[in-house]
Design a protein around this ligand. Structure first.
Ligand code: GLN
Length: 195
């Protein structure tokens, strides 16, 4: 069976997610066509979606301007998987904690933008992620912190006492960048429920 995957491509890390999606789907014995989403009308054809890191103010503004935002809301309401990473997590949150971000309310969490410091404070660490057999090499770049976690939201990982990955089905969201390493196991978890 061939899947159609979409990567929100209005701004941010697009090619890296496309590569990780291809590796994850191949591991699960499926073929995939990855489409980059810059305009309305593509999301309804997608079986799974990734919303990348970048700049959450720009991503949310462009999603609304292009009419993509309601399509992403419908995708999640239909129970189809979404992986939201870093700025994508901020846009997917119930409350982004910043009036310049019109978040989509796809996951019942609030976030604090840039809680782990400025660009120079970017770092990599090995994280224990629930559902993964081995520690995941997590790259944090001006990452948000997940502040409040609603009922029904599963915490998948913490770093220094802060929540940095959650699952609120059908959404998996991470404060870090799982697309920036060769390890596609977070994509496996988000799209296939297992590695
Ligand atoms: N700091 C960015 C924001 O708040 C997110 C950074 C990222 O996606 N790497 O939008």
């Amino acid at each position: 069976m061939s899947l159609t995957a979409g990567v929100i491509a209005v701004q941010g890390d697009v090619a890296e997610h496309a590569g990780a999606i291809e590796r994850a789907t191949t591991r699960h014995g499926k073929r995939v066509e990855v489409r980059e989403i810059r305009t309305a009308g593509v999301v309804p054809d997608c079986d799974l979606l990734a919303m990348p890191g970048g700049e959450s103010t720009a991503i949310s503004r462009l999603l609304h301007r292009e009419g993509i935002a309601p399509e992403v809301v419908d995708h999640v309401a239909a129970g189809k998987p979404l992986l939201a990473t870093c700025a994508g997590l901020i846009v997917a949150a119930r409350d982004a904690g910043d009036p310049r971000v019109e978040s989509l309310g796809l996951i019942d969490v609030t976030v604090d933008r840039n809680a782990f410091g400025r660009q120079v404070d970017s770092f990599e660490t090995h994280l224990d992620v629930s559902g993964l057999a081995k520690p995941f090499p997590a790259v944090f770049i001006r990452a948000p912190r997940i502040a409040e976690v609603g009922e029904g939201v599963e915490v998948l990982a913490e770093h220094d006492g802060q929540v940095v990955a959650v699952r609120d089905p059908p959404v998996v969201a991470t404060a870090f960048h799982p697309e920036l390493t060769d390890d596609s196991s977070v994509h496996d978890l988000a799209f296939f429920g297992r590695v």
